[in-house]
Design a protein around this ligand. Structure first.
Ligand code: AMP
Length: 610
């Protein structure tokens, strides 16, 4: 049984990682060679005149940098059922749907077993390092994970979000078992057709297995926050279900009901215990360790657009460590968190040099602005000249370029591994995107051996710009964080936020939408609005505001539940909660979301800061 999972050997996994990062440049060359050899027959590469060359220099001179847009027609042909070698030597059988929350609509991306293999490698690698620092016992994980709708493309290929493709894969379960992170929820809950019902049952399963739960996790931290905010609403109902051993009538999906009935037995003692614990909490502080006394940590992606949720997560977590999960995308993986002891705000991701070929476009650094601790990432030098993985410099920011994905073990040690590697590389398409601009900005924080450790900075596209102003997702995040402090003094918080550039007025202005946890008084909100306006320190913005070529910033407070409506809207488009990231800027093109926001405004304020 070649597929059978070997027992997890933590030290071996760490040793393998140390070995592949020792000479990352060599590994990168070999990886590129492997990708190009495997896909030499692909139409895309044939047309570029590589003629069998596999060295980085030829690759860079023949193959252009692309974005998803340039590949759309190729990917569409694959989705429509053209099985000729288009992007890969071997056919693609599955399509992933990216979350699409940044651009407004989900993108199709090829998925293959190769990506599955690298996913498992990343999971194993970060687990090995994590478990060395924060060992977990044998038990279960409260995994707040969900599947998206699965469908077939016109050409009959299976399509779903990348996370769903992963969760459905046999290897996923095997790996989770090996790394002691099996979900306490049955498959019927994870793959349930209704996210709200799945969430309720995840919470119920967590409570039923509360003593066994070793960790609470999700893909992105947003799902954890969302789950425990929901817990605040439904906890009494959960207690009733446990006391009586009868599942709430809110669960209507028959498969979920059947699966849950196998787990749910009347347990008045447990119900009372949970009831008392919840009643005794002050504003739900330390909710997670109270519910799950043996949990060792909380795990999920906590960097980038997840940072605004950290404060709330810390509140629920009390003293439990918050460990950020790895860095990747539907298009491919990039790095693993091998320094789990770092707090989420400082989390870095060490690139695995054999899972893809990586290039980095240096972003111009505006020296003058450095005093204000602000880089001008405006962008890419006129002629983007990417550098290689080992040529990046500590402290600099780059846009990341991906050629995916090799993976597999470079030096299979045992006969068994050699056999598996042989089978894998003969049957599995390798690679599919070449010199692909992922759209992420990263900062190099250091090196693990010779492979860089990256900090995620932000998406590279500008969020807010009217004329000479340039503000990124990160800038918006910082402004909201600053203004949110004023709410904090009132014991209130920003539940979620987004922005919009309103050019229907003359001059145009920024609009920030906030959902707040309670009623804030007028004066505080006016101050918040001014503070937001002042917190965009980009020189272009400040000077435009001073001369009124950009109008006063507008803060629009939306009704509670508005961001839930946005989430529901994306789920309807086929997105999965597991990959959901609140869009931080909503343009005119994203009309449906804009309508949800504008239709739910409770109050609005105009800045008087300038
Ligand atoms: P998706 O489109 O759903 O595949 O999401 C992929 C994107 O999520 C990446 O391109 C990043 O922008 C973001 N992302 C993934 N992992 C991380 C991470 N560890 N930290 C911050 N952002 C991340």
């Amino acid at each position: 049984m070649l597929e059978k999972m070997e027992k997890f050997d933590q030290e071996k996994v760490i040793a393998e990682f140390e070995a592949i990062t020792k000479d990352a440049e060599k590994v990168q060359r070999e990886t590129l060679k492997k990708i190009l050899e495997e896909n030499g027959s692909a139409e895309y590469l044939q047309n570029l005149g590589l003629n069998g060359r596999t060295d980085p220099e030829s690759f860079k001179s023949c193959v252009p940098l692309v974005t998803h847009k340039e590949l759309e027609t190729y990917i569409q042909r694959i989705a429509d059922g053209d099985s000729s070698p288009i992007l890969t030597g071997k056919p693609i059988t599955t399509i992933s749907l990216s979350s699409g929350t940044t651009q407004g609509k989900p993108k199709f991306v090829p998925f293959n077993d190769e990506l599955m293999e690298t996913t498992m490698q990343i999971y194993r690698t970060s687990f090995a390092f994590r478990n060395r620092e924060f060992p977990i016992g044998n038990g279960k994980a409260l995994q707040l994970i969900y599947s998206s709708k699965q469908f077939k493309t016109k050409g009959g290929l299976a399509a779903g979000t990348a996370t769903t493709n992963v969760y459905r894969n046999f290897q996923y379960k095997q790996t989770m078992k090996a790394i002691q992170s099996q979900s306490c929820s049955p498959d019927e809950v994870i793959f349930g057709p209704d996210f709200h019902q799945s969430l309720y049952c995840h919470l119920l399963c967590g409570l039923i297995f509360r003593n066994e739960v070793q960790l609470v996790s999700s893909t992105f931290a947003h799902s954890i926050i969302h789950a425990f905010r929901t817990f605040e609403q439904v906890w009494e109902e959960l207690c009733t279900d446990i006391r009586d051993g009868v599942l709430s009538s809110r669960i209507t999906v028959p498969t979920i009901r059947t699966a849950m009935s196998r787990l749910l037995k009347p347990d008045p003692h447990l119900a009372e215990l949970i009831y008392n614990k919840c009643s005794g909490l002050s504003n739900w502080y330390r909710l997670i360790p109270e519910l799950f006394p043996n949990a060792k940590y909380i795990y999920g992606i906590m960097t980038g657009s997840m940072e605004p949720y950290l404060k709330k997560l810390r509140h629920y977590a009390g003293e439990l460590p918050l460990l950020s999960a790895d860095y990747g995308s539907s298009e491919g993986w990039i790095g693993a968190n091998v320094n789990p002891q770092l707090p989420p705000k400082l989390a870095t991701y060490a690139v695995l040099p054999h899972i893809g070929y990586f290039e980095f476009i240096p972003l111009r650094v505006d020296i003058e602005d450095q005093d204000h601790n602000k880089m001008d990432r405006s962008f890419l030098c006129m002629e983007p000249k990417p550098v290689g993985l080992t040529e990046v410099k500590i402290g600099e920011e780059y846009e990341i370029i991906l050629t995916n994905g090799a993976g597999g073990r470079l030096n299979p040690a045992s006969q068994k591994e050699k056999a598996r590697e042989h089978i894998r590389s003969n049957h599995v398409p390798i690679g599919c995107l070449y010199r692909y601009r992922l759209g992420d900005v990263v900062k190099v924080m250091g090196f693990h051996n010779s492979s860089p450790e990256l900090k995620f900075v932000c998406r590279s596209n500008l969020l807010l710009t009217i004329n000479i102003d340039k503000n990124t997702e990160k800038d918006l995040q910082l402004a909201v964080e600053e203004a949110g402090k004023l709410l904090g003094e009132e014991k209130l918080e920003v539940v979620d936020f987004t922005s919009h550039v309103d050019t229907s007025t003359e001059p145009g202005h920024y609009v920030i939408f906030w959902e707040i946890s309670g009623e804030a008084n007028e004066e505080v909100l006016k101050e918040c609005c001014n503070c937001l306006d002042k917190s965009f320190v980009d020189a272009g913005y400040v000077s435009s505001r001073k001369v009124n070529t950009i109008g006063p910033l507008e803060l629009r407070v939306v009704w509670r539940g508005t961001f839930q409506k946005i989430l529901d809207h994306y789920l309807g488009l086929g997105a999965a909660v597991s990959q959901f990231k609140t869009p931080r800027c909503v343009g005119q093109a994203n009309n449906n979301v804009l309508q949800i926001l504008c239709g739910n405004v409770a109050k609005s304020y105009s800045s008087t800061a300038f």
